[in-house]
Design a protein around this ligand. Sequence first.
Ligand code: GDP
Ligand code: MG
Ligand code: K
Length: 268
Amino acid sequence: MSQKTIALLGNQNCGKTTLFNVLTGSNQYVGNWPGVTVDKVIGKISSKDWDVVDLPGLYSLSPYSPEEIVSRNYLLSDDYDVILNIVDASHLERSLSLTLELAAFGKPMVVALNMIDVMEKTGTKLDVDKLGEKLGVKVVDISASNRIGIDKVLDAVAEAKAPVITNFFDAEISEKIDEVGKTLDDANLSDSARRFIATGIVQNDEIYLEEYKTSEKVMIAAARVRNDIESKFNTDAQSYFPQARYQFIDSVLEDSKITTESKTSVIS
Ligand code: GDP
Ligand code: MG
Ligand code: K
């Protein structure tokens, strides 16, 4: 049993705080993130010697609100051992887009597919193991508010592995993004943080352009990737990355959905 810090990440209203409370009970401490008025809530799972950080909701890693920036900065800090990504099973497509962005960090990760009770009411059925296999990340189905699947989450976190698939983009483009990442000056950045920031700069994401005061070297390398994307895919960089993610998600969901027809055909 080893000390771990678990980062709870997901969209707003996916059930992070509900799961956090179930996991940590009254063992919680509220602090402060530096420079912003956003609460830093950390809880302990005493029986495991694990710290859990309940992070503000995040829709994408191109954050706009101070809350989202706190979560994004925490991810870049690398001060955690496991990403526990809570996904709202009733808004799967949108939620999984963040999952793919998180997987790109290459850290041990578990996806907790929450609100499984809501999904079941809509008649959707998923093969959770298959979904995990296709995503390259362990997926467990839970209902935080009904306290269902909590032990599965703990077991999965104990055995969490780095995602098998961390890159959903064209191989040639990815290589060039890594080259942009290598031109970033900050020596403290991990490889995945470099890749991540470079992807933001290539997309002309203002927050990355501002925060990582970019040298001419970086800008030239980024412009080259932008041109490559436009000529290869006939679309701009801002559209290419989300499109590639949604394409991957659609194929993953297609493969993981259990339809009534296929169930019948298995039986007969
Ligand atoms: P957060 O914004 O991610 O921290 O989400 P919350 O934990 O505040 O949960 C948002 C809402 O979803 C609350 O009303 C919860 O009670 C509800 N909720 C959480 N988990 C479940 C679940 O498994 N099933 C259902 N039906 N509701 C849930
Ligand atoms: Mg919350
Ligand atoms: K503060």
